[in-house]
Design a protein around this ligand. Sequence first.
Ligand code: ADP
Ligand code: MG
Length: 685
Amino acid sequence: MAKISFHTDLADLPYVGPAYVAKLNKLGLITVKDLLYHLPSRYENFQLVSHISLLRPQEVVSVKGKVLTIKNVFTKNGKRLTQATIGDESGVIEVIWFNQIFLTKIIKPNTHWIFSGKVDFFGRKLALMSPQYEPFKNSNDQHEGYLSQIHTGRMVPIYPETAGLTSKWLRAKIAYLLKFYSDIVIDFLPEEIIKKNQLLPLPEALLKVHFPKNFEESEKAKHRIAFEELLLLQLSGLKQRKKRFSQQVGLPLTINPFIEKLTVYQNALPFNLTGSQKKAITEILGDLAKQTPMNRLLEGDVGSGKTVVASIAAYLAILNNTQCAFMAPTEILAHQHFATLSKFLGPLGINIFLLTSSKKELPIDFDFNQPFIAVGTHSLLYDHLDFKKLSLVIIDEQHRFGVEQRLTLTKKGKNPHVLTMTATPIPRTVALTFYGDLDLSILSEMPQGRQKIKTWVVPEEKREKAYEWVKQNLESAFVVCPLIDESESLISIKAASKEFENLKSIFPEFKLALLHGRMKSTEKQRILRNFKEGKNNILVATPVVEVGIDIPQANIIIIEAAERFGLAQLHQLRGRVGRNNQQAYCLIFPSEENEHVLNRLKALETVFSGPELAEIDLKLRGPGDIWGKRQHGFLNLKAADLTDQNLIRETKNEAEKIVETDFEKEYPELVQEMKNLTQEEYNPN
Ligand code: ADP
Ligand code: MG
């Protein structure tokens, strides 16, 4: 066997067969390092070692004892039990396992074992029920007893969702690596940083995060890993930033000669720009005037007016006799942007064209030297599209493009300015931690004249009154059922069906329909069409169903068990109503009514910006809940907590100091680790 290192493929480890490799890979664990960094989500506390005579029902304990007898018993009702008796110097107790008859082949009489589990009555006698078991060894291993018992008699690591791999299996493999190959773990953090921040060295941190002797040890170990995680994240952002600041735009843009034109353009818009639009424009123009390429993210809810803001940047590119590429992930979005830009910039005689997979031809004699704005999908990436003067790249919903695709587009120019846009509500804190090379503008208000969706958090005692009110005011309503699990299970569907029946009796005068994710697509289409045409007035839906289609007359949305959603998710849900100019309403029913829950939900009554709500949630609940599981893939931090402002600040300070140095030479190990980051990066350069 080749020498094992951090980067050894798990498939090359002894006793790991192909079936296990497949399961490991499914969890994203490919190398030895991945496995060692697969951290426990919690620990089972089996630290209390007790004498048998002292055992009490319901206690979770560990017992060291000699096996006196062990046998399998088949009960009349078909159960298969393994029944053992064990003894120590204080007494004897029975041990029971269900459906594990192989244990009689492993656990033999007259051998010493340690058992960890719960004490309970079995029949009339106390017994240790289904305990974990492990041969008892005297702890003289070289890790000072950290690895002598791994499944029992200690804090035992439990691993997150494991795709068919048991925590026991993972534990054994990780312990094996730590035991026999501890020398493969080499600390890549500079020693002065470890000292100054009082961090555990990496080998110790990995040992103690998996197999701590107590809670403090596990916390300290996790802190070290969180530190390096945030440090690397920020470092890679700052490194990108440093690189960008060393670059010069290929086609500098000037603003001063065009200030008047830009002002005239803004004044000619058929509406007044919002305060945050104006602020974003100032920030963007500030960037465009610089010699270093812009890298800015413009963030705002759907309808907050991002395209109009972007149009000003595009206009400046044209005024400078250069070109702009505007890429969107779908044809529909590309069409929308094309329509908006044509409406506002078209009358100025600016050449704007649309390229999508269904429309990709340009005139044969197309002049690639003239100023123009090319709006399109991935089609903009085609080779034949030969921008000669590309100064500005705008990318909508950029996370839906791969790094390669973004790079291909920017490479069509020479260090062009880049403006990205997103409607994903990323809290400012998260953006600045994750995307260290990104400047951020947030549109935190909706354009004037647009009705705010009146939102009320309704306590249970007012439910009936609320239903009365709904009867008076209903045009069409969505009722969103409780979020039970992320992927729609039968339990969710049952809950929705029950709510559907319940509401039928509450709203006998209305026509109700039920929509859930397990319905056939044609059935869903039919229900949505009926709803749109007004044949039904109340649509009861499970949360996973995309009720995203436009139902202009829908004026009320009721959300059940709302505390199970993130605030930004709730905000997105309420965006389903109010699609025409009439007042729309959102009624939020919590299923728990403690002060904490109510206060959090009440933010929705006064805040109408996705990013702001996400930021509030981040502070109150941590990142996991902001978007729901499906959307926050890029928040896959192993140990770090994005609400830990102190740690974010400390690591940022260190990262800033490091990038000041000639760090590629000074800290080669760190640089190597940065390269291994699979982090989604906003910087397309
Ligand atoms: P986004 O791209 O953020 O979803 P758009 O830029 O497409 O939003 O704007 C949505 C609609 O609102 C467009 O029709 C746009 O013309 C209009 N709009 C943009 N800004 C304003 C404003 N300040 N006041 C009124 N309407 C606006
Ligand atoms: Mg848009």
